[in-house]
Design a protein around this ligand. Structure first.
Ligand SMILES: [Fe+2]
Ligand SMILES: [Fe+2]
Length: 365
């Protein structure tokens, strides 16, 4: 496949490198199968003719400028590519659009959809009071507050029995079975009990179909719980706030709860979400978490968990996410992370993550 790229030298090289072996990308006239325009500003957009080019046309959007997005209407394009780019997703789109008639993406539709999705995210059912208390505790560690929350966990039969089931999982490494919340708090510390209770309290948001994500609510919840544990473990080994990272990991994909109501085709990656709905689950998760008064650093980590230029919190969640999705060669990601952020005791961290992963594989999904 011959793709013509119109834009900066850097952009051209990005696509050349990314699609190397899959497609031939150049800035010459001979490329006839598809066109990619790099849209880096409103001025650049205005220079692109609003006509059909007879081949699939993609806009590579490198500016966060919202006016650009709303001005894309009237352009006859097949799709929009957003960074971070994924080679397979792009090739999929290119081949799909060659096979089918060219669908015109109307940016006005994107804007309307985005507004609807954000409105739905802002109206997501309020958190159960127990979860609100648990979140508030990340800011208020007083003994009285801890005592009150423990009492609430104990009073809630449904939550406490599930907490007890999870504290007995291999990850916590208890020798003798724990039978009460008090005992769990004593042996594992309040922080672990609080974290488990929060995971359970969020379970209700996942009680719906997630067919467009090709999975189930139960599997998404289990993934969130794994990513929470892995994120908090990584944080612990990097001397970061492991409770905050636990919460970020737990909530990283909560945006999918809202996105699932709008998707009409199956999606494989964030790029697919953006193409269908003009936004992605990370952005929508941030809307939900702000609504739930979650600390800004956690919101930011969740919002950027699919971005390449995220800060340490965002990176930890991103790595934890990849680790849980690649259970067979997850160590590779720990080594990668270690290059930028030296980990004190790699073997111990790997061991601990192994327990999380094998625990979930044991049929807890
Ligand atoms: Fe995600
Ligand atoms: Fe995820």
């Amino acid at each position: 496949m011959n793709i013509r790229f119109i834009g900066s030298e850097t952009g051209l090289n990005t696509f050349k490198k990314l699609l190397d072996g899959k497609a031939y990308v150049s800035n010459g006239d001979d490329a006839k199968d598809a066109l990619i325009f790099e849209v880096s500003s409103l001025e650049v957009l205005y220079k692109i003719p609003k006509r059909s080019f007879g081949v699939p046309v993609f806009f590579y959007l490198t500016t966060p400028n919202k006016t650009v997005l709303s001005n894309i209407k009237d352009y006859q394009i097949t799709g929009i590519l957003f960074p971070p780019l994924n080679a397979d997703a792009i090739m999929n789109k290119m081949t799909r659009s060659k096979e089918h008639t060219i669908a015109t993406v109307n940016a006005k539709d994107y804007e309307t959809l985005r507004i609807k999705i954000i409105a739905k995210a802002e109206n997501i059912p309020t958190l159960p009071t127990i979860a609100q208390d648990l979140i508030r505790l990340t800011r208020n560690h007083s003994q009285t507050a801890i005592g009150q929350v423990t009492a609430k966990i104990k009073m809630d039969q449904g939550i406490s029995s599930k907490v007890i089931k999870l504290v007995n999982s291999p990850f916590y490494g208890v020798r003798k079975e724990i039978a009460s919340i008090d005992r769990a708090t004593m042996l594992l510390g309040f922080s672990s009990v609080k974290n488990i209770a929060l995971a359970i309290a969020l379970d209700q948001y996942y009680q719906k179909p997630f067919n467009m994500y090709k999975t189930t609510g139960q599997a998404i919840w289990q993934h969130a719980y794994n990513v929470a544990l892995i994120s908090s473990e990584i944080a612990r080994f990097l001397n970061q706030d492991s409770d905050a990272l636990y919460m970020a990991g737990l909530m990283h994909d909560i945006g999918k709860v809202v996105m699932a109501d709008f998707l009409v085709r199956e999606v494989d990656c964030v790029q697919d979400e953006r193409e269908q709905l003009g936004c992605d689950h990370a952005e929508i998760a941030a809307v939900i978490l702000k609504k739930w008064s979650v600390a800004p650093a956690i919101v930011e980590a969740v919002r950027t968990h699919h971005d390449a230029d995220n800060d340490l919190y965002g990176k930890i969640v991103a790595y934890a996410n990849k680790i849980d999705h690649n259970k067979n060669n997850y160590e590779e990601y720990i080594y990668q992370l270690n290059k930028d952020y030296p980990i004190k005791d790699m073997d111990l961290l790997i061991q601990s993550i192994q327990t999380v992963l094998s625990d979930a594989a044991d049929g807890k999904e």
